[in-house]
Design a protein around this ligand. Sequence first.
Ligand SMILES: Nc1nc2c(ncn2[C@@H]2O[C@H](COP(=O)(O)OP(=O)(O)OP(=O)(O)O)[C@@H](O)[C@H]2O)c(=O)[nH]1
Ligand SMILES: [Mg+2]
Length: 552
Amino acid sequence: MPPPNETPAARALRERQEAEAQRTSDKIDEQIRAERAAMKKKEKGIVRVLLLGQSESGKSTTLKNFRMKYARSAWKQERASWRAVIQLNLLRSINTILDVMQAEMDGEPVDGSNEEPRVAEQGMITTGIIDDSMGGGPRTPISPATPTSPSTPSMPWANTPFGSTVSLSRPSGSSSTQTSPIDSTLTNQHQLLKLRLGPLRRVEFDLRRRLGAGADEDYGSNTEASFGVLGTVTNTARGTLISKRSRSEFGVRKWKDALENGQQVMGRWHARARSSELGHDAGSAGGASGAGDEATEVIASCREDMKSLWMDAAVRGVLKKRKMRLEDSAGFFLNDLDRIATRAYEPSDDDVVRARLRTLGVQEHRIHFEQPMGQSQLFPGSIADFGREWVLYDVGGSRTIRHAWVPFFDNVNAIIFLAPISCFDERLLEDSRVNRLEDSFLLWRTVCSSKLLSRTTLILFLNKCDLLRRKLRSGVLVKNYLPSFGNRPNDPPTVVKYLKEKFRDISKQYSPEPRVTYYYPTSVTDTKATAATLQTVRDAILLEHLKSADFV
Ligand SMILES: Nc1nc2c(ncn2[C@@H]2O[C@H](COP(=O)(O)OP(=O)(O)OP(=O)(O)O)[C@@H](O)[C@H]2O)c(=O)[nH]1
Ligand SMILES: [Mg+2]
């Protein structure tokens, strides 16, 4: 209230001051409004893409392809720090072989209980989505009988002197196509080789710990925390080649942390490793930037022994007999030992794309597209900037962590769903009663039917086509796992088309309202082909985004 005895002059002054204060207040309000509007406009321009799919479907690999193509400088900066992860992948394979050899030497029985992972067999969790006809009992086994060697091989390795090299026999031709009786007899030379490679167990343990193994998740009912011990983890079952044994897989909540930790390992051990004397041929000279950490030293010094192990016919025989197909497993680098097991090793683009680092948390990656995209020519001017900023969310795909996906559902423009279609004869790692393809169909149905996602653009990658090709070529019959496939030709184009139709039917049947869905057969480890796919995907997502923002 104005003062009771206010003079006309005082009143005029007060009113001027009040008007001024109001102008300032309005200005601030206007600024806030403008900032909010700008933020909203910017937010509206940001494209949010969620990568979904079961574990090992290829989500992180797709993200890497995106970053490699569109965030080139960040990618290049980060590339070297993947070295420790790749080394860990390599050591996991080697130590798995050593574990399997040990099991063979101990005369452990070959586990064959997991040999028929069909889409829906008795006792399996089934949706009936793929084949309503399949509720029933066991089907005729398709596995060709695997010749077995004596369960207790001769073990004449006592008192063997350590030599400087261990020479073993080489497999004749490709082991994966070997059909003659398997020679899986291990000798004292194998025992010797195993001893020589013993230090790699400690290196694997050390690398895991340093990269952040605190984040490791254990699926196995009986997996021991210590390194060098086989877990009772059901590994990817591949038709006739199935494994019940695998070392637990390394996973992290945040890549960034793990990669930074990996870099620190290099730094910390740098000086020590210089004077390291291991008594082996250490391969190519050190001196490359970042080279010289202890893990690298030991790995380089064991290169020839690792090669001997991987190339050995009897070792391959044991792997085959015990149904381990390392070549198809995640993070397989044993064919690159000459390049990777050196002190000077620096990861290539392809190595990083193929490296396996299991995702446990949600990873957010921002990409700012520098080049104008296709539609910007169609929609010039201010729209050229629209959709330049992308946020890609990569999530963990195992069943136990899928609940973390939901909060992202109400704010994404597009979902890239990865369905690994080579997995039609495999079981889920986290629940061996469930066929992996069936799990993908179930997940796809959940995504399609979600009301929150009814306006979200769906893009389906029918992934791992390369592995599908290889599997079909090796004689695995789709109809044995999906009876409704019937007598169609058992070739990749037919299988891809058949599965695509299945996914399409689910989308049509379960989407709350009609929607456009894009389907791409992919092999996302093939970076060149994936680059072309991503270009198309990017254009498609942007077009849908522009439509939803009423620009079109
Ligand atoms: N051969 C082949 N390998 C693939 C393909 N896509 C992915 N991989 C490999 O499969 C493994 C798993 O891929 P990731 O991208 O890590 O799988 P993810 O979906 O992120 O798995 P989680 O993080 O566990 O949810 C990696 O070793 C990849 O290199 C493919 O199309 N072909
Ligand atoms: Mg991942």
